[in-house]
Design a protein around this ligand. Structure first.
Ligand SMILES: [Cu+2]
Length: 161
């Protein structure tokens, strides 16, 4: 007796969730959030120092988004670096090239990894104060102009990525 009722409720719930998702795509962006973006979560953040001083460093992290409406990451800044760019790798094995990445759009529920061999933030002209074992702040700027900052651990080139 209980089982069919329970199953029917589950089905009804699924239908509602799907409807809510498709409506969400057109929800306008919420007001600016000075202390970070609601629903944006960064984990596993780390900066890999270059093997040769003077070369750029790479910043990696995992990003998960579960806010309202689409969000788009347009640029990045790294404290202690003169400038930073969003990069991605393209091409095939043996002939990979990196280049500037198009702004990264995330829908609610989506996630992405910035990782060796793929997307990364490239940090140019580092101050000598960025040393292995320390940390620095990375700020992502969204297409909306909102910013989201987080700390990354600094690792030397030889450390496991
Ligand atoms: Cu790069």
């Amino acid at each position: 007796m209980m089982k069919p009722v329970y199953a029917a409720l589950l089905l009804a719930g699924t239908g509602l969730a799907l409807a809510a998702c498709s409506d969400g795509a057109e929800t306008p962006v919420e007001d600016g959030a000075p202390e970070g973006i609601a629903g944006l979560e960064i984990t596993n953040g780390r900066m890999m120092l270059p093997p040769v001083a003077g070369n750029p460093a790479a910043v990696y992290f995992d990003i998960a988004y579960d806010g309202e409406g689409e969000t788009t990451i347009a640029s990045a800044d790294v404290a202690g670096a003169d400038r930073a760019e969003l990069h991605d790798m393209s091409g095939s094995a043996g002939a990979m090239v990196m280049g500037e990445m198009a702004p990264l759009a995330l829908q609610p529920g989506e996630s992405a990894s910035f990782e060796p061999g793929g997307k990364h933030v490239m940090a140019f002209d580092l101050t000598p104060e960025l040393t292995a074992g320390g940390s620095t702040e990375v700020t992502l700027t969204l297409a909306s102009g909102d910013k989201h900052s987080f700390e990354v651990e600094i690792q030397s080139a030889g450390d496991a990525r």
